[in-house]
Ligand binder design. Structure first.
Ligand code: FAD
Length: 427
């Protein structure tokens, strides 16, 4: 197929992988990102205080494997930590603290803890190595015409004499919108297609905390690294609290990134007097104040943002042959199933498999075409319609599972029925 101009909006994990897939197919790829390059140490990570640790699963790894970029998987997984299951923390009636491991898989297969920014940087490094990819950081999509295949970007941080920020017009054959939950591509797409759209903020906010590594003199061997972890490095730790939940995910420096999920009304109460926080934690998340210094607990709560969680469903994901939305732009979900990014990476694999299938089918149907090339826009239009129909069903199902898993993680893991079911499964 003749190379086409692919414009990818958003250089998050999903946009970066989509750009990689497109570049490997020989297209001219331009990737536009609102923020500055996240590999630049002065860049503030989107929404996050530092970065967040995510659970990377086979769904996401498989999508990166199919990028056919040598060493990508090696690069990405170099700093991951396998998590074989949950570790439930609690307190018995007699006041004794306990930890209870619950493996994810009887065959010992694991998911992996990964730093979101680290993963994103490795994807960008791999992209940069390809000659047919151009980056445009500090470019915010402000408008798009999907019939004329034109888009407009505000160029940020430019020193212009005019009051209005500089704007550039960009032509494209195909736009991939991977610009996150508040997607501008989706907003403009809605004007071109009859999109069903549903969004829901759940009554839970999240805030980030940190369990620091233990001081270990002479940190050279793997044994020393393991000694740095204050709790098991190979589990996703959960302190269930019925209405609340505190979780901790390991990082490769021996620390844990922790998240407090709690209804907005509880945040409001504690915001009024955050000195109550250590006592609140002792009551609901026993043992945490021995892992995080109470003063640090309070300062993290006071300084880190208290962020909402949104769940978005929409359909279709495309218009004609000119645009598709992927990742959180198409299906932002609550994080309790650990699949938001994984599902977004999977979107990329399925999208390109569908594009490849239509491209191959069309070429074989036109063997006598003297130019040897079928109409790429026509093929792409068929592929996008198929992709939307196929993917909407799965994405909506994962969204629902993610919402359901909140109840599972914060409460059902403790119930006698859960324990009985697990016991019977293991017989
Ligand atoms: P984003 O990561 O949001 O990236 C979008 C990019 O587009 C950004 O770089 C942004 O700057 C850029 N952009 C936005 N607007 C514009 C514009 N107008 N013009 C140009 N660029 C623009 N997922 C998992 O798989 N596993 C987990 O364990 C997990 N845990 C999570 C925990 C929490 C607390 C949260 C909040 C989320 C979690 N997720 C998890 C979800 C995961 O973070 C997202 O699904 C993932 O980041 C989505 O990637 P994306 O590339 O689609 O969008």
């Amino acid at each position: 197929m003749a190379p086409q101009k692919y414009v990818v909006v958003g250089a998050g994990p999903v946009g970066s992988l989509a750009a990689l897939y497109a570049a490997k197919r020989g297209h001219d790829v331009e990737i536009y990102e609102l923020r500055s390059d996240l590999r630049d140490p002065s860049t503030t990570p989107l929404n996050f205080t530092k970065s967040i640790n995510l659970a990377l699963s086979e769904r996401g790894i498989n999508a990166m494997r199919h990028a056919e970029q040598e060493k990508l998987i090696e690069d990405v997984t170099a700093s991951t930590i396998p998590m074989r299951g949950r570790m439930i923390h609690g307190k018995r009636a007699n006041g004794e603290l306990y930890e209870e491991p619950q493996d994810y898989d009887i065959h010992g297969r694991t998911i992996f803890a990964i730093d979101r920014a680290g993963l994103n940087k490795r994807l960008l490094d791999n992209l940069e190595a390809l000659p047919n990819v151009k980056f445009f950081f500090n470019h915010k999509l402000t408008g798009a015409d999907f019939k004329k295949c034109k888009a407009w970007f505000e160029v940020r941080g430019q020193d212009t004499s005019s009051d209005r920020p500089a704007e550039v017009e960009v032509d494209f054959d195909f736009m991939i919108g991977a610009d996150g939950a508040h997607s501008a591509v989706r907003y403009h797409l809605m004007k071109y297609t009859r999109m069903d759209y549903q969004q829901e903020y759940i009554d839970t906010l999240w805030c980030e905390f940190q369990i620091n590594p233990r001081e270990v003199p002479g940190e050279s061997s793997e044994k020393d690294l393991n000694a740095k972890f204050r709790i098991s490095p190979n589990h996703l730790h959960i302190w269930p609290g019925k209405q609340f939940m505190f979780i901790a995910i390991p990082s490769d420096d021996g620390s844990f990134t922790c998240t407090l999920f709690m209804p907005g009304s509880e945040y409001t109460k504690l915001e009024k007097d955050s000195s109550q926080l250590p006592q609140f934690f002792d009551e609901h998340f026993p043992g945490v104040t021995s892992l995080i210094d109470p003063a640090e607990l309070i300062s993290s709560f006071d300084e880190n943002p208290h962020l909402p969680l949104i769940s978005i469903k929409c359909r279709p994901y495309h218009f004609s042959s000119s645009v598709v939305i992927l990742g959180d732009a198409a299906h932002a979900m609550v994080p309790f199933y650990g699949q938001g990014m994984n599902a977004g990476l999977e979107d990329v694999r399925i999208l390109f498999a569908t594009l490849d299938k239509h491209s191959a089918a069309d070429e074989s149907n036109n063997p006598t075409d003297p130019s040897g090339a079928a109409d790429p826009a026509f093929q792409r239009g068929l592929a996008l319609a198929e992709y939307s129909a196929l993917r909407v069903v799965d994405a909506h199902a994962i969204n629902d599972l993610a919402l359901q898993n909140y109840v599972e993680m914060r409460a059902s893991v403790l119930s006698p029925a859960y324990r009985l079911r697990k016991f019977l499964e293991e017989l």
